[in-house]
Design a protein around this ligand. Structure first.
Ligand SMILES: [Zn+2]
Ligand SMILES: [Zn+2]
Length: 602
């Protein structure tokens, strides 16, 4: 197989450029590796531009980068282009690809380039941002585009692609600018990979938590309330409460103490912590009697105030405080997305104050906690250790020790991890937890961060054996990340078919007639006593309709109560998860439910 590009010092260089400057390097072949797909997808963006230009001759083009979802190109034309035109553009792309044009590269001066693209105000805007006075042009057939590359050697290599989405996008992402048309697409080296990806997208659409959340009445968003502020409906409230109480127990068993800091703290404190200077643009501020307050974007400072409340000796450490901390962060309206990106959310946040000797053991314990939770939800996960970034506080030795402590903790648990060089927080290294859901998508959830900065800024201390004042280390950690985002992920992961232990309702009780309502309530109470939530479907609808409603709400167990059940104290069960129907005595039924909801214990 011929190379499509080469890799030189971690940089992908296309063959056109390599020939020009006589570079040699590792061959990149046409396959589904990250490097190969980058070149392929970016070249597909140009092929799309070529097709668009031939279909809509007044089209002007901005930029066509690769992104996580594949690639896109932003452009402008007087034609109104919609979803229905994507097929036409694809067809045109294929017909160009069949012509197997070579992709040629040549360089011209900036002035020549400005002359060449003088009718394309978007390309002129792109050139404004390019330093230097040479511009490289890529030519395929009649079509020319200015770009840095890297590109494939020939457009005939592009075969397996799909245009996936059309949307509007502000020029340069700035809402003050004009709106361009953006078309997204995806490309792979072979047919199978493309199909697998498209199947995954179709499945993801079916599982969209906004759609399922609406069907199951878990949560809602209302324009008059404000974008990015979720409203939890009763079913979502129950699901969330269940998750919260499971986690509460799990924290207590591991020696965490529940605490709660205020929602707003004086700005002076945010100046001490550094949030004011480093995170201020994401915060909301208000005034009380001329004193400025910041609404908390994180819970750290509150927990530091808890720590400061007492004098501590080394014998007290580690101290672990946890809080379901409601935080507010400013997000751009365009970035908001269901429960995944909101402006108010609740973190399962905790801070561990410990000695530097305790770091490793504490990290192991948190990693174990993470494992317990993620495997209970049947997530595969991996961990990334992020090391010292360029802009960082604290001395190198401390960074070295703490990064090594994170690595040791992982090694001792035989947990695989990847290194994200330079990806740490400015105050310390961290472990990020990335989970993979049922349809293979990766999500960044919790994080474990070591911090030497805040304890120093707040001059925290404890007394060691010789009564010397020592500064403790702070570990920030969240496992779910936030309840909002995690519940969004869970909804898509399970396609709304939540396992019994977190389902918003464990049992739907459907009395056949009004005379059976008494027994229904009796069962409701008995279920509640064993920690199971149920709903009585006694509305004035037909029996079948009520059963269908319960099924639509994806309740794992439905029981129907009639004369026979009431007199015999038996239960007719429909198990939605196993798709079985059977009868049980009331006692056996309650035991079954109790076992099922206790199957998972963090
Ligand atoms: Zn390009
Ligand atoms: Zn924190």
């Amino acid at each position: 197989m011929d190379a499509i590009a080469i890799k030189h010092n971690d940089e992908i260089i296309d063959l056109q450029t390599a020939k020009e400057i006589g570079f040699e390097g590792e061959k990149i072949l046409l396959d589904n590796s990250v490097d190969s797909l980058k070149v392929l997808r970016h070249s597909t963006a140009h092929l799309m531009a070529q097709a668009i230009k031939s279909l809509y001759s007044d089209a002007e083009f901005y930029v066509g980068p690769t992104v996580k979802e594949g690639f896109y190109y932003d452009f402008k034309t007087s034609h109104v282009i919609g979803e229905g035109d994507l097929k036409t553009i694809e067809k045109q792309m294929l017909s160009f690809a069949k012509k197997k044009y070579e992709i040629e590269k040549y360089e011209i001066s900036m002035d020549e380039a400005k002359e060449k693209f003088k009718n394309d105000h978007l390309k002129l805007a792109v050139m404004e941002r390019i330093p230097g006075d040479r511009i490289s042009i890529y030519k395929q057939g009649e079509f020319e585009d200015l770009c840095r590359g890297p590109h494939l050697p020939n457009i005939g290599l592009i075969r397996y692609f799909k245009l996936t989405k059309i949307s509007g996008a502000y020029l340069g992402g700035d809402s003050k600018n004009e709106v361009l048309t953006r078309i997204y697409g995806i490309a792979f080296a072979d047919k199978e990979a493309l199909k697998a990806h498209l199947d995954m997208i179709a499945e993801a659409e079916k599982r969209d938590h906004r759609k399922i959340g609406n069907e199951m009445k878990l949560f809602t968003f209302r324009e008059e309330v404000g974008a990015g502020f979720p409203i939890w409906l009763p079913a979502g409230g129950r699901l969330r409460a269940r998750l919260e109480s499971l986690l509460f127990k799990a924290h207590r068993k591991r020696g965490y103490e529940p605490v709660r800091g205020p929602e707003m703290l004086r700005s002076d404190l945010w100046k001490t912590s550094g949030h004011y200077q480093n995170y201020g643009e994401n915060m909301y501020f208000t005034k009380i009697d001329d004193i400025e307050f910041g609404v908390k974007p994180m819970n750290c400072v509150g927990h530091i105030k808890v720590y400061e409340e007492d004098l501590h000796s080394y014998r007290d450490l580690p101290l672990k405080y946890f809080e379901y901390g409601v935080v507010h962060r400013h997000e751009f309206t365009g970035a908001l997305h269901g429960l995944f990106r909101v402006r108010e959310f609740t973190q399962d946040d905790a801070h561990i104050f410990c000695t530097s000797d305790q770091i490793e053991e504490q990290i192991i314990e948190v990693v174990d906690f993470v494992d317990k939770i993620m495997s209970s939800f049947e997530f595969n996960y991996k961990m990334m250790i992020s090391t010292k970034p360029e802009k960082a506080v604290g001395n190198d030795e401390v960074w070295e020790i703490s990064t090594q402590a994170l690595k040791n903790a992982m090694d001792k648990n035989k947990l695989p991890y990847e290194i994200d060089e330079g990806g740490g927080a400015f105050y310390g290294p961290k472990i990020d937890i990335k989970i993979t859901d049922a349809i293979g998508r990766e999500w960044q959830c919790g994080t474990i961060q070591l911090d030497f900065n805040l304890p120093a800024r707040f001059e925290l201390e404890y007394n060691d054996e010789s009564n010397d004042k020592i500064q403790p280390v702070m570990i920030h950690r969240a496992i779910l990340g936030s309840f909002e985002r995690f519940i969004g992920i869970l909804t898509e992961h399970y396609a709304g078919e939540f396992p019994m232990f977190i389902a918003p309702t464990q049992v739907a009780i459907v009395p056949i007639a009004e005379t059976h309502n008494g027994y229904a309530k009796e069962l409701f109470d008995k279920l509640m006593d064993i920690g199971a939530d149920s709903e009585i479907y006694s509305k004035n609808d037909s029996l079948n309709k009520r059963i269908r409603t319960a099924e639509k709400a994806r309740v794992p167990m439905i029981i129907v109560l009639g004369d026979e059940e009431v007199s015999g104290r038996t239960i007719a069960v429909r198990d939605r998860r196993t798709r079985e129907q059977y009868n049980l005595s009331e006692e056996d039924f309650l035991t079954l439910i109790k076992t099922k909801i206790n199957e998972v214990n963090f």
